[in-house]
Design a protein around this ligand. Structure first.
Ligand SMILES: Nc1ncnc2c1ncn2[C@@H]1O[C@H](COP(=O)(O)OP(=O)(O)O)[C@@H](O)[C@H]1O
Ligand SMILES: [Mg+2]
Length: 369
């Protein structure tokens, strides 16, 4: 899969900018705050119909303007997809692929699969369980439409079940039959999600160690463990057992919305004992594992976006990452960094196919050397 061209109008700090990308590695270089990450975010928009960083579309319109648009051309298995996304203030967002309007954004997800790595990945280790659930959901949704449908369905059912519990509490009345209508449907979607998460986390677990130790040259044992109430009990039993508690709490206290993923280094919590460098290497390895898995599932190479490559990594590790991602196992890559000279040094002796885009004063120049 390739992103051949990209045109941004009024997107964040850019008035208008055009890119024609290299099929292999594209570097966006410039000082902090010049708008490098914004370019990656526009690619994320095309893939997920929203920003990676903030979900309020209007905040992504250039200050003082009334709309933004993103025009692009993707190539997948020799087929070309002209993809257009635009948002106008107080109006709805539009996505068109080859002039066909996308009616439901959820059905757009998975058309242009990407893996994105940013310094925010540290939140996967340090942040809440919700962040980790989202991480696994986003990965699976890109190759499994049924999973996405079950997820949407599950969230809706939990919301409705909680409303019902609140109404019962207020009215001092309870109907088990009404609750069971929700339980039956929850069990179907919940079990699908549980089994899929379990399968995919196990596959990631098998892959991540190799990246962490051989690519990033650590010598440690790292592990990923899926934690779900459904591992020990059937979901319908859990719902039945927790009903008395749910009645008092007025929410559904058991299910896959309580899942978590534990990360370990040498048997200890990665959050508590991993150094910043180890945590960064761990999340990066996780992204490589994700990439390999997604590629296998969809049958072609997704785009790989790496924001602030040097963040918390030394030059040797960055060098080995760059030579690794230059191999045929990877497709097209987009990397941001602040230092043109250090990237030049790293790729000086390679025969890489790459393009350099330097950014300054909201303008982008392609640097040829
Ligand atoms: N809606 C917007 N309109 C204009 N500028 C914006 C908007 N949103 C963000 N910016 C600008 O984008 C810049 C940050 O861009 P970013 O891509 O994060 O920088 P970098 O990754 O190069 O450090 C800031 O200067 C910010 O003011
Ligand atoms: Mg940035």
């Amino acid at each position: 899969m390739k992103l051949e061209s990209l045109n941004l109008v009024n997107f964040k700090n850019y008035l208008e900018v055009d890119f024609n990308f290299s099929d292999k590695i594209n570097f966006f270089l410039g000082n902090n705050g010049v708008g490098k990450t914004n370019i990656l975010d526009s690619i994320h928009y095309l893939s997920f119909s929203k920003s990676y960083f903030n979900h309020i579309d209007s905040l992504n319109i250039k200050y003082g303007e009334s709309f933004f648009s993103i025009n692009s051309k993707f190539l997948i298995n020799k087929l070309s997809y002209k993809t257009y996304l635009a948002y106008e203030k107080n109006k709805s967002k539009v996505i068109r692929v080859n002039d066909e309007i996308c009616e439901r954004f959820s059905s757009h997800i998975g058309k242009f699969p990407i893996i994105i790595s940013t310094p925010l990945d540290s939140n996967l280790i340090l942040g809440s369980a919700e962040i980790r659930r989202k991480f696994i959901d986003i990965l699976i949704c890109q190759f499994d439409k049924l999973y996405l449908n079950h997820l949407i369905n599950y969230k809706r059912l939990i919301k409705q079940r909680n409303i019902l519990l609140k109404q019962f509490f207020k009215k001092k009345y309870f109907s088990n039959d009404d609750i069971e209508i929700y339980n039956d449907q929850l069990v179907v979607s919940g079990n699908y999600i549980f089994n899929k998460r379990k399968e995919i986390i196990n596959l990631l677990k098998d892959k991540i160690l190799g990246y962490y130790n051989s690519l990033l040259s650590y010598n440690e044992n790292i592990d990923i463990v899926y934690k779900s109430q459904l591992s020990e009990n059937s979901f319908s039993d859990l719902l039945n057992k927790s009903i008395e508690k749910d009645k008092i709490l007025c929410y559904t206290s058991s299910g896959i919305h309580r899942d978590d993923i534990d990360f370990f280094i040498n048997g200890l919590s990665m959050k508590k004992t991993g150094s910043q460098g180890q945590q960064k290497s761990f999340t990066l390895s996780l992204k490589f594992a994700e990439f390999e898995l997604l590629k296998k599932m969809i049958g072609f190479k997704p785009l790989f976006l790496i924001d602030d490559l040097f963040d918390k990594l030394d030059k040797n590790r960055v060098s080995s990452i760059i030579s690794f991602i230059s191999t045929n196992d990877f497709g097209q890559i987009f990397i941001t960094d602040t230092d043109l000279e250090r990237i030049k040094l790293i790729i000086r002796n390679t025969d890489l196919d790459f393009k350099f885009f330097t950014i300054k004063n909201n303008k982008v120049d392609e640097e040829i050397f």
